[in-house]
Design a protein around this ligand. Structure first.
Ligand code: ZN
Length: 308
């Protein structure tokens, strides 16, 4: 699922320039990699995010001396305008997400990014403020799946704002996919500005229908990708620290449920970061960002979302 994305030659890319999608015949996807969150145990979910080459290419950019200090000049509070998009289908059982559930989703997001979901969590400088909500009725958009012509058409039609605006789409992917949400990455913004944004399964919002994943932290997780974070198990199946963050323990595979004490990389320090927002645990189990993750968000923000 995650073919496109960054090339190995990206280390030569000048600062602030968007890496190009892989130029190969099989590259039917015009976008870079998307990040997913899916329900565990549901067939058809691709837990992949970025390839190892993509992660390394991004890391090489983040490791530039000029980027190490990026973010230190950011204001204490960065307010992100949220452009919400409620999608409905045409069948009797379909319905728009309510304004109150959109507000509840953004409250969860703000609590998470303020470090308020637990005492262990680092606080970020990012605050989310709902500015507009659009309503659209379209069966293809409502029953959306990632990186399809409908996904692209919806975003090209509805996307509003610039690189610092969070476009948040509420849809209902087919249950068989197990998809909870997906997101673009900030380094793909310049090349595909209208495809930027986060798609959320309406069943995952607070009080939604998807058991164990309905406290609203799918949005927290997906917005983490939108801010430039990778999964804590990014280098899937290998015990290498490929999320590029020093204070998240290395993890071989995503967590399922809330497996206290799990340690899929016993030779590496620390147990699996099952409480981290960028793992795949149940919503009730995930409640923290690390200091390293907030630093990476700041670097990504200064590099790709608000370069000045
Ligand atoms: Zn994810």
């Amino acid at each position: 699922m995650v073919a496109g994305g960054l090339t190995g030659a990206v280390t030569a890319t000048p600062a602030n320039a968007a890496p190009s999608p892989v130029d190969v015949a099989s590259c039917v996807k015009p976008t870079g990699a998307l990040a997913f969150r899916g329900q565990r145990g549901v067939h058809g979910v691709d837990p992949d995010t970025v390839t190892r080459a993509e992660a390394r290419a991004v890391q090489s950019m983040l490791d530039r001396p000029s980027m190490r200090s990026a973010g230190t000049a950011l204001p204490d509070v960065v307010t992100i305008p949220v452009r919400a998009h409620a999608i409905d289908g045409t069948h009797r059982a379909d319905h728009y997400i309510s304004d109150s559930k959109i507000r509840a989703s953004i409250k969860v997001l703000n609590d998470a990014y303020a470090g308020k979901q637990s005492e262990e969590s680092a606080a970020t400088r990012y605050v989310f403020k709902l500015t507009t909500t659009s309503h659209s009725r379209n069966d293809h958009w409502y029953h959306l799946t990632p990186d399809t012509k409908y996904d692209h058409a919806m975003k090209r039609t509805l996307h509003r704002g610039g690189s610092t605006a969070l476009n948040l789409y509420f849809v209902k992917p087919p249950a068989s996919t197990g998809l909870l949400g997906w997101s673009s990455f900030p380094w793909d913004y310049a090349g595909h500005p209208n495809l930027d944004g986060v798609v959320i399964n309406v069943g995952s919002v607070p009080g939604g229908s998807i058991k164990d994943y309905n406290l609203g932290d799918t949005a927290t997780h997906e917005v983490g990708h939108w801010m430039g974070l990778l999964h804590t198990f990014s280098d899937y199946g290998v015990c290498e620290d490929n999320d590029g963050v020093d204070d998240t323990p290395v993890q071989r595979t995503p967590s399922n449920g809330c497996p206290t004490g799990a340690d899929t990389c016993p030779a590496s320090p620390g147990t699996d970061p099952i409480h981290n927002f960028m793992d795949y645990s149940y919503d009730s189990c995930m409640y923290e960002f690390t200091g390293g993750q907030t630093q990476r968000m700041d670097q990504a923000w200064a590099e790709w979302r608000d370069p000045s």
